[in-house]
Design a protein around this ligand. Structure first.
Ligand SMILES: [Ca+2]
Length: 192
């Protein structure tokens, strides 16, 4: 699997991209023993990712029709900003049953505090979680197997910003920079 993180980020707004501190890379593998939400004894499950408290759904998987053990093997990227950390956000992985003529029904969800996921940056964790309902006390049938990793955003090198004429951004990245002698402000690009 080839990942082009820069390309994935390019689809999002520039403002969010610059205020982000990192990203979650999520792979939705499969679910097992889901509850049947339709009269035919099946569900038509799909997965949504969102921040639990304040976020709108940020990503949705494809819908798999009439399947209680669906396999997705789809990946998604969610940006993380300091706002989410300050708010004590949780990453919410929600399974829904698609319905054509009525509102979709919850099949189950997994909520994980993002600070827990940030404890081990830059590596993927493979996990299988029991599904919960809307309330933490509500148990739903089935499990979700997925992987998640927090990847820190690379810090911009202020010397490179200076070399490209972005003095204000360089000063923001490294406030002491303006005090350096001029000869030290123009390094070769090989110092990146
Ligand atoms: Ca359905």
């Amino acid at each position: 699997m080839t990942l082009n993180i820069a390309q994935m980020l390019a689809g999002d707004g520039v403002k969010r991209e610059t205020s982000s501190i990192g990203l979650f890379f999520v792979v939705i593998h499969h679910a097992s023993s889901l509850s049947a939400q339709d009269d035919n004894g099946y569900s038509d499950p799909y997965v949504c990712l969102a921040y639990a408290k304040f976020g709108k759904p940020a990503w949705a998987s494809r819908i798999i029709t009439e399947d209680l053990d669906p396999v997705w093997e789809q990946h998604a990227v969610l940006l993380v900003s300091a706002d989410e950390v300050r708010a004590g956000e949780q990453l919410s992985v929600q399974l829904w049953d698609n319905d054509k003529i009525s509102a979709d029904d919850l099949v189950g969800r997994v909520n994980v505090p993002i600070t827990d996921l940030m404890l081990k940056p830059n590596e993927m964790q493979h996990r299988t979680d029991k599904l919960m309902g809307f309330e933490d006390a509500d148990s739903m049938s089935g499990t979700l197997t997925w992987s998640v990793g927090y990847y820190e955003k690379a810090k911009l090198n202020p010397y490179v910003l200076l070399a490209f004429g972005a003095a204000a951004a360089a000063k923001k990245a490294e406030p002491s920079l303006a005090d350096l002698p001029k000869s030290r402000r123009l390094p070769s690009l090989s110092s990146c």
